[in-house]
Ligand binder design. Sequence first.
Ligand code: URA
Length: 429
Amino acid sequence: MGAEQHDAVEVIIAKRERGELSDSQIDWVIDAYTHGAVADEQMSSLAMAILLNGMNRREIARWTGAMIASGERMDFSSLSRPTADKHSTGGVGDKITLPLAPLVAACGVAVPQLSGRGLGHTGGTLDKLESIPGWRAALSNDEMFAQLESVGAVICAAGDGLAPADKKLYALRDVTGTVEAIPLIASSIMSKKIAEGTGALVLDVKVGTGAFMKDLDKARELAEVMVALGKDAGVHTVALLTDMSTPLGLTAGNAIEVAESVDVLAGGGPADVLELTLALAREMLAGAGRDDVDPADRLADGSAMDAWKAMIRAQGGDPDATLPTARESHVVTAPTSGTLTRLDAMAVGLAAWRLGAGRARKEDPVQAGAGVVWHARPGDTVTEGAPLFTLLTDEPERFDRALASLEGGYDIGDAASYSASPLVIDRIS
Ligand code: URA
């Protein structure tokens, strides 16, 4: 039985005129676009109409379902343990997946984490892990399944079979000014996470200068739509709204973020990285029905570190190998003494990107050792002439532009003018 036929122009005009798309129009347009029967220029026009005129919850749910149906759907229900995953909307210094996946695995819940490479100022989890000698991101579905059973955690590249409609549409949105539509972001993220087959999902929706969503109301709306989509698909879904006006931890880059993650697994690491790792781990465990386990205990007893090493080894990496370092470094010192009252996530993210830690086009390589280390976090005392940032790159000609992006990216003032803001702003369930 074939799906009802429509015409791309009819669907575009319906949305241009602020109409509701029918289920059959949505199913048809996604299927036809995936198979090349709707042209890129038609889909980009529809995406712009959606960005301008929105979609209601029914339309978003159907759009998400149609994108899931464009590809394969994984099923981990035969694993011996429950599954939980986390998705972050992307932030600067956001290495949380690295300590989180093995930590949750050490608590008895399997983590099937399909990740991406970074584009723009927020780094990609796979780029970070690829700085570990030997580690490989590509796994077959069988390898993924076997590793989830044996180690309990997998972080690997999403294969081409998962929501191919989204892959094509996301690339189109990227070059047509239509990324920022909440219905399209929510359906894009959730189609991949639902198709991935996780039983529970925790969304880390970032808010602030370094995030996709700069505005709290918009971030909340995105979180609410995604939580509703997850629940409707039978996935236990909650979202945390978390601050991304300040970068996470003390590093933004690839190898340097791996090193910081290993510090957390070893029982140390920056307080904010530890706090968010534990908050997300508790949500994942609760979603998977294992809130009887305290993840802090698994960090303290070394079992999270054991799971990390097993996870890296299972994908060909050497967890004990020396990580690559950048050939050149440049230290920026504090111009005055006082309290660091602001450190802007976007400024730091842009600097790391310009140093070579990120890529401008998706086919570009990244430098494993490049990035930014900051030696103080907001609230810390800094001393004139002491190191504030260390910039790292293999190509010293990159320093000038990285330094330019840090200008105006921080303030040093009186301790009295600083007030700490919470890292976890809200929880949506
Ligand atoms: N990440 C995605 O996967 N899709 C979007 O639309 C935005 C961010």
